[in-house]
Design a protein around this ligand. Sequence first.
Ligand code: NAD
Ligand code: DAU
Length: 351
Amino acid sequence: MKSLLITGGAGFIGSNFIFYMLAKHRDIRIVNLDALTYAGNLSTLSPISNDPRYSFVKGNICDRTLLDALFNKFQFDTVVNFAAESHVDRSIVEPDIFLSTNIIGTQALLHIAKRHWNIEPDNKYCRVYRSGVKFLQVSTDEVYGTLGSSGMFVEEMPLLPNSPYSASKASADLIVRAYHETYGLPINITRCSNNYGAFQFPEKLIPLMIHNCMLDKKLPVYGDGMQIRDWLYVEDHCSAIDTVICKGIDGHIYNIGGNNEKPNIEVVKTIISALGKDNSLIEHVKDRPGHDRRYAIDNTKITTQLGWTPEWTFESGMAKTIDWYQNNQAWTDKVTSGEYLDYYEKMYLQN
Ligand code: NAD
Ligand code: DAU
């Protein structure tokens, strides 16, 4: 039986991944370690709270004592590290927590995994690990920086992150790579493009626009709205990570994307039209500082070498996502009460 430590599993992609894995694999045990920040919501996971294959632990990935105890108790063979501060705008306002969770937290996980998986834990030069173990770091295409009007991100590109968020994720990638090069720790790094789907916190473009549009509120488009993102439905990201866990070559990095490049303004207009509203809701606001202009993922490596392909088109994924937010307004209301409103006021109302 596989024993997985999933960090950040109460967030958007982590929760979708846990649902995906429990549905796909019978013989599996999952421990979800999540600090339950503003972005983590246990109610999302209530449908599986009685599944004997699943446990939740509230805690911080920086807490080495807790990590050590969990490795002792559950004998993990796989770590999938989703836990992160994930929102670029927040990282511009308050970068400190991004460095602590995204970099120091990742290193704490690596440190404890290395100790528990090493066949000679007290030998600092030993690079031999129990068979079948893997540390998978969930990274992002933002580590590559920004593209001009042509070209795509490939795995060999230099890292040129532009925001405190992407710099913290790039730093984490480098420390994960260093644990592989120096200590031989079995790792993979995945770098995915922008995700959308159910349970995404409505601070990110697509859920924010759906939420505001449903309530006839203004839709804040940064700058000219011609920035391009490469969209992937979250279930396709989940299947890609599952593929990398099963087939990824030790030490390799895999880009994940579905070839869905869209300017932001087009995405916003798609939502307006699907909800039968009017383009007059659009409000062009001050641009994000250091705003990356274009992302585009070359997914040749994962498709040709590991046989992964995305199943959702942008149209089918968006229809399902809009439908989900329309039918789950209570979830959005719950997660956007309290602290989120303070942040929202700081970001938009004072600018
Ligand atoms: P999210 O913000 O929705 O969820 C993050 C989760 O991590 C939350 O449940 C939060 O409580 C938890 N967390 C935060 N700090 C923690 C800590 N110190 N210890 C334990 N748990 C902690 O994020 P997401 O959008 O689901 O992204 C998940 C991962 O995927 C991140 O690593 C992100 O960089 C990466 N990623 C996201 C996207 C995207 O489009 N959302 C694309 C590519 C990669
Ligand atoms: O590319 C992967 C990354 O995608 C992930 O690593 C990040 O965790 C995730 O947050 C996302 O980052 P982005 O900055 O691309 O996503 P966001 O949804 O914040 O913004 C998408 C685009 O929309 C971006 O160009 C900024 C713009 N935008 C965003 C918001 C929230 C607006 O124009 N208005 C908005 O209100």
